[in-house]
Design a protein around this ligand. Structure first.
Ligand code: GLA
Ligand code: ZN
Length: 677
């Protein structure tokens, strides 16, 4: 099973009419028509509404909401309503609230507040999903199920501790195996009874951050357990839905690069991926591209839904800037360019009260259609209507893959040493930016993904090596591909234990190097790295981490320029089979990273159509019928003019462009060129 069947890219979003009087609903739907909104996500936080007491279910209001949306011709993404539990539940069963890392049992309130291991929560949330699905499975308007909402956080209560022990028993079988995996001979941690095992906690001497302690083995497994515990909640609800709805696709909305949940472990259990895009600032174009690609990679390149984005402002941040005119449209098309088969907002009408009353909405408190935000939404709605179904199911023909690995992220960041300043996401973002600026179509994939179709595999900070990954990376190079990795890669096995061999462990043969020492320095310390050869040599800056590389056959393409290791290798390329292993041993600045990445891409002739036009993004999708859609997105406030590389029709204007003819993109402009066959 895959994506919901829709006639075009669904457009709409979260709709909470239970928050306002019914006479407003008429106005809502009139405005939805004006904005071409054809999909509403309903019921995300409806638990208290539909189950006002343990033995009372009352669907009367939800019936009317769903009935109305249906008769107005709108599709419904129907939530199970379990995203926040009601007060009566917390009062009757205090076990359902979470306990935090500091050991404090939370009182009732907010959301993300349910203990994933609580049998009561599990039973009642599953029952709610069962009843919602049972009641509405045959409602013709319902096109998809939305389980929970933005699963996340963690709980450290006694029930979770017990769940953790069960999880550990399943993973390790014996205490001997667990002791070996956790390396408990260190600091007298050897366990002789499962009951001695406790979750990591701030109530220990060496706690290091909001979710980890210096006891790395247990911390890493608790992160894995927490992600799995919430996955069990999702799966429970999905199974309950399946009892009455065998065919409708099920999803839950993810959050992109969200550290607490290993989305790769979740992905097989979702019928389609969806996610909520709330970039940190308006300079996030590259980051959003990466996150879209990561979400598309969850289901093997299958398109995803953009489940939420704000039409204008967020509310939960200290400062909530407004999306400039044109930006919402541009970012919506960016999502489509990267594989979104739905464009949805949070939210359609603004809450009147509570913490999101100032959150942006398609319809504000005054209910006007003559606002800038409504107008831009309505224009996009009309544009998507004209665009029709052409992009549905289209795939990205990527020949470059970037590996993304939650285990490596966790292991790197819970580690004591070499440096807390090296952050996994920052390393990934730097390598991604270089690829993005080069206009490369990219898949961001799990380390377990099939790599046999890629010419280039980029693996930034691949700290942990699991299973046969080293062999599969070697195979990429052996058949003529390029593998690029960086400092702090190949350090630990799946138990977070160092390999008893030279760094970078099992990647050593492929990289043709060994690393004997490494030097971590504060951000103020720069060691210049000289790149290139002959007259083309130039220096870039390197910071934070400097590995001392001893080539074992690799060619040196960059050298440190300072300190006692001046003149030694910082960037290397090794011939391996018909291809190459590239190693970057230090935290190069963006210019340096881009130079390395472009060297790799050039060998495979993989630069995008406009690699030298700043912030002009290009992305290709190929529809099931072979139609090639080239998306061009101008992220700058200045217009840009480029030459069409192939003839085609801009599906947003209907204008033809011939090969070699000039294409003009205004500030924040978008072209979707249907290329001639
Ligand atoms: C998240 C949630 C929504 C809403 C928005 C606000 O994405 O899923 O319920 O709170 O944030 O930005
Ligand atoms: Zn718990």
């Amino acid at each position: 099973m895959s994506l919901p069947r829709t006639a075009k890219v669904p457009f709409g979003g979260d709709y909470n009419p239970e928050q306002w009087p019914e006479d407003v609903w008429k106005q809502d739907h009139r405005l939805f028509d004006a904005a071409r909104i054809d999909l509403v996500t309903v019921g995300v936080f409806d638990w208290a509404l539909i189950q006002p007491a343990e033995d009372v279910y009352d669907f009367s209001l939800l019936d009317r909401i769903i009935e109305r949306a249906g008769t107005q011709g709108r599709g419904i993404c129907l939530a199970t309503g379990t995203a926040a539990h009601p007060p009566w539940l917390a009062k009757a069963y205090p076990e359902v609230t979470r306990t935090d890392f500091e050991g404090r049992r939370h009182r009732f309130g907010q959301r993300h507040n349910s203990c994933p291991s609580s049998p009561v929560f599990r039973r009642l949330s599953t029952e709610l999903a069962r009843r919602v699905a049972g009641r509405y499975a045959d409602a013709p308007a319902v096109v998809a199920w939305h389980v929970g909402n933005e699963y996340g956080g963690a709980c450290y209560c006694e029930l979770c501790a017990a769940g953790f022990r069960d999880w550990l028993r399943r993973r390790y079988g014996t205490l001997d195996a667990l002791n070996a995996a956790w390396y408990t001979s260190f600091w007298s941690h050897t366990f002789s009874d499962w009951e001695q095992i406790e979750p990591p906690s701030a109530l220990t001497e060496h706690w290091r951050g909001p979710d980890h302690t210096a006891f790395q083995g247990i911390t890493l497994d608790y992160l894995r357990f927490s992600s799995d515990a919430m996955l069990t909640n999702f799966r429970d609800e999905k199974a309950a839905i399946r009892e009455s709805s065998p065919d409708l696709p099920v999803t839950t909305n993810f959050m992109g690069m969200y550290r607490p949940i290993d989305y790769h472990r979740w992905a097989p259990h979702l019928d389609f991926a969806s996610w909520d895009n709330y970039p940190p600032d308006d300079g996030s174009a590259a980051r959003m591209a990466l996150t879209h690609d990561l979400m598309r990679g969850l289901k093997d390149g299958q398109p995803f839904w953009l489940m939420e984005q704000t039409p204008s402002v967020t509310a939960c941040r200290d400062v909530n800037p407004l999306k400039r005119p044109g930006l919402m449209r541009l970012w919506s098309w960016q999502a489509v360019a990267h594989g979104a088969d739905a464009v949805l907002f949070f939210q359609l009408r603004a809450s009147r009260g509570a913490s999101e009353k100032y959150h942006g909405a398609v319809i504000g408190h005054a209910g006007r259609a003559d606002t800038r935000v409504f107008r831009e939404v309505a224009e996009l709605g009309a544009e998507l209507e004209r665009f029709g179904p052409v992009s549905l199911g289209a795939r990205t023909p990527a020949r470059v893959a970037m590996l993304f690995d939650w285990d490596s992220w966790w292991a790197l960041e819970i580690s004591d040493g070499p440096s807390r300043l090296v952050r996994y996401q920052q390393v990934v973002l730097a390598y991604h930016r270089a690829l993005w600026e080069a206009g490369v179509d990219l898949d961001v994939v799990a380390v377990a993904a099939d790599l046999s179709g890629y010419d280039v595999v980029v693996a930034p900070a691949l700290h942990m090596l699991k299973g046969d990954l080293p062999e599969r990376l070697e195979a990429v190079a052996a058949r003529g591909g390029s593998v690029l990795t960086t400092y702090l890669s190949g350090r630990v096995d799946e138990n977070d234990q160092a390999f008893l061999m030279d760094v970078p462990g099992p990647l050593g043969q492929l990289m043709g190097i060994r690393v004997d020492e490494w030097d971590a320095r504060g951000p103020e310390v720069v060691n210049p790295v000289r790149l290139g050869a002959g007259a083309d040599r130039f220096d870039v800056e390197a910071r934070l981490l400097f590995e001392l590389v001893i080539p074992q056959g690799a060619e040196v393409l960059g050298t440190y320029q300072a300190d006692f290791y001046a003149g030694t290798a910082a960037v290397t390329r090794n011939s391996f089979g018909h291809g190459h292993g590239w190693y970057v041993a230090a935290g190069l600045d963006q210019v340096g990273v881009s130079w390395v990445v472009r060297q790799v891409l050039a060998r495979h002739d993989l630069l995008g159509p406009y690699p030298d036009v700043p912030e002009l993004e290009s992305a290709l999708r190929i529809a099931p019928d072979g139609t090639r859609l080239l998306f061009l997105l101008n992220h700058r406030v200045e217009p840009v003019e480029v030459t069409a590389r192939t003839g085609g029709v801009d599906l947003l204007t209907g204008d033809r462009a011939e090969t070699g003819q000039s294409l003009r993109l205004p500030a924040y402009g978008v072209v979707v060129l249907r290329e001639d066959r």
